[in-house]
Design a binder for this molecule. Structure first.
Ligand code: ADP
Ligand code: MG
Length: 256
């Protein structure tokens, strides 16, 4: 049984088709990269999986349970956590308080919630910022705070939207290592949206590529990167096809 399964998901906003008949599976323990140029429909898929918008048509199954019609808090309770492309921590709260708010969904005792929150800050390497106001964090740090908040809701499946967007390029390898550790040490299954294919190749077991709302490729990174439709989708974009087999797949490119 796949952990998550999308079946023919279509989302229309008036005349605009943001997702068109999207079907793919996410297996337990997998890191799936979801790539595509800006506007391909990546974030809209997350919105539908997490109950922010219903699909126009199609089904979304999590452990064989249909999520369509559930509210975001219900989807979260079932075991799906997420981060947002536009990070929005609670400003005016400290970093640890931000994570505590999420932890208290499961843990009512504030002392225990604080200890749990401290553990998640440790994992995302923000322990030294625990007492800082969230507004003092850099973009990369805010993204990691979002990860800690998502993890504090105790998901089995974690959806990460553009973890590297707007982040200092030098910290990208650290973010990728963190993603790999969430799987190996926390046992999470992850779907990671990334605009820059080079960045995602090294960390993903499998990649689903979207273009104009449609799935144009689904397979191992080394194969997806060679697909004609994928290369064409990225033409004119700030993208260079990575050299397959350079060991990492990541060469520190700038993306966009
Ligand atoms: P990506 O995350 O791949 O960059 P999005 O999923 O954000 O792409 O957007 C896909 C398309 O859907 C875009 O054309 C975007 O403008 C449109 N879109 C997304 N959300 C909305 C919305 N709430 N209302 C209208 N159009 C939307
Ligand atoms: Mg997006």
């Amino acid at each position: 049984m796949a952990l998550l399964k999308l079946e023919g998901v279509t989302k229309r906003f008036g005349g605009l088709v943001a997702n068109s008949n999207v079907s793919f599976k996410v297996e337990e323990g997998e890191i799936l990269g979801l790539i595509g140029p800006n506007g391909a429909g990546k974030s809209t898929l997350f919105e539908q999986i997490t109950g922010f918008y219903p699909p126009t048509t199609g089904r979304i199954l999590f452990r064989d349970r249909d999520l369509v019609g559930l509210r975001p808090d219900q989807v979260n309770w079932l075991g799906i956590g997420r981060t947002f492309q536009k990070v929005r921590p609670f400003l005016g709260m400290t970093v640890i308080e931000n994570v505590m708010v999420a932890a208290m969904q499961h843990e009512r005792d504030p002392q225990k919630a604080r200890r749990e929150a401290a553990g998640f800050l440790e994992i995302v390497e923000l322990a030294d910022k625990a007492g800082a106001d969230a507004r003092a964090l850099s973009i990369g740090e805010r993204k990691r705070l979002e990860m800690a908040r998502a993890m504090a809701t105790r998901p089995r499946l974690l959806l990460l939207d553009e973890m590297t967007g707007g982040v200092d390029q030098r910290t990208i390898p650290m973010l990728l290592q963190l993603i790999a550790r969430l799987r190996s040490e926390q046992g999470l299954t992850l779907v990671v949206i990334e605009h820059n294919m080079r960045v995602i190749m090294s960390v993903s077991d499998r990649i689903v590529a979207l273009h104009l709302g449609e799935v144009i490729a689904d397979g191992p990174p080394s194969e997806v990167v060679k697909e004609r439709r994928v290369i064409e989708a990225y033409l004119g974009d700030a993208f260079v096809v990575p050299t397959v087999g350079d060991g990492t797949g990541f060469t520190g490119g700038t993306g966009r």
